[in-house]
Design a protein around this ligand. Structure first.
Ligand code: GDP
Ligand code: MG
Length: 297
């Protein structure tokens, strides 16, 4: 059987259970790629790579907002184009029934000729499963869904079924991302630039000229951006300067960088900085590549 790979858009109002489902589909340690909407069309939520398939889950900007802003964003071209090129749309509602926000999400999903699977989440909350029937019927009457799958993202109920069903929507394709893909280079680069800027500001003439910032890890999770960065210097004395008295300088750098990044990502940022010494790193091509000074081959 040919390898399959494709894009799956996750659509649904806040709190409906998207992240919970992704945790089940992608695994504990979600490797998430995020790209600014203006640089890349898709914001990747997670990638699941198996022996026979690769599923790339993408976020749909604009459906995570409420009220008028939400509507504006839905009408926004960016939100629409986020769905272009995806192979299948997962629209999630909760077992409690359709809300106005759910309908807006459906409007957005329905603007494309892309198959839409409706997920009815939180079925574990229903004491009596027969109460699902009217909701299934009403939903089927609202739109020509490819399928309607009741799930419990929290308990993992029917998540395997969903995964198997999703396979049939993916085209034959080689893997699109390395199995260990964690994140997008441009976000890493931006974060390292912000940290460098703060380093320059705080250190002035004391600045060790041989200095580089490596983003060790970048994870987007539950509305939080977690970044681990290493500041590479060449000498122990330089390390001391950056860290400052009882870590005060490094703390200030981290806090200033975090503030900028929270604006950039429009979300909370958890930033951890380490300072490490590696002699003559600037002569080392591998090291330069790691910190983004050289293009990948
Ligand atoms: P998101 O905003 O769509 O990403 O929603 P989250 O995944 O963050 O879930 C919002 C809340 O709903 C959390 O408290 C989850 O634990 C809860 N939740 C998600 N899926 C289920 C489910 O299947 N059953 C129940 N009972 N709660 C769920
Ligand atoms: Mg979420």
């Amino acid at each position: 059987m040919a390898y399959k790979a494709g894009f799956i858009a996750m659509l649904g109002r806040p709190n409906v259970g998207k992240s919970t489902l992704l945790n089940h589909l992608v695994g504990r340690k979600i490797s998430i790629t995020s790209s600014r909407p203006q640089t890349t069309r898709h914001r990747l939520l997670g990638i699941r790579t198996d022996e026979t398939s690769q599923m790339i889950f993408v976020d749909t900007p604009g459906v995570h907002l409420t009220g008028k802003r939400y509507i504006n964003r839905v009408l926004n071209k960016t939100a629409r184009s986020a769905l272009e090129g995806v192979d299948v749309i997962l629209l999630m509602i909760a077992a409690g029934g359709w809300t106005e926000e759910d309908r807006l999400a459906l409007d957005l999903a329905g603007q494309h000729k892309i198959p839409v699977i409706l997920l009815i989440n939180k079925i574990d909350r229903l004491k009596d499963k027969s109460r699902l029937l009217p909701l299934l019927e009403a939903s089927a009457a609202m739109y020509d869904f490819e399928e309607i799958i009741p799930v419990s993202a929290l308990q993992g109920e029917n998540v395997d079924v969903l995964h198997d069903r999703l396979l049939s929507y993916l085209p034959d394709s080689p893997q699109l991302f390395p199995a260990e893909q964690t994140t997008d280079r441009s976000d890493r680069f931006y974060i390292s630039e912000v940290i460098r800027e703060k380093l320059f500001r705080s250190l002035h003439h004391e600045l060790p000229y041989a200095l580089a910032v490596e983003i060790k890890q970048l994870v987007f999770e539950d509305g939080l951006v977690k970044a681990d960065a290493i500041i590479w210097v060449e000498k122990q004395s330089q390390k001391g300067i950056i860290i400052g008295k009882s870590g005060g300088n490094l703390k200030a750098i981290g806090s200033a960088a975090r503030k900028d990044l929270e604006k950039y990502f429009s979300t909370k940022v958890f930033l951890q900085l380490w300072v490490k010494v590696r002699e003559n790193w600037s002569d080392n091509a591998q090291m330069l590549r790691t910190v983004g000074y050289l293009e990948e081959e």
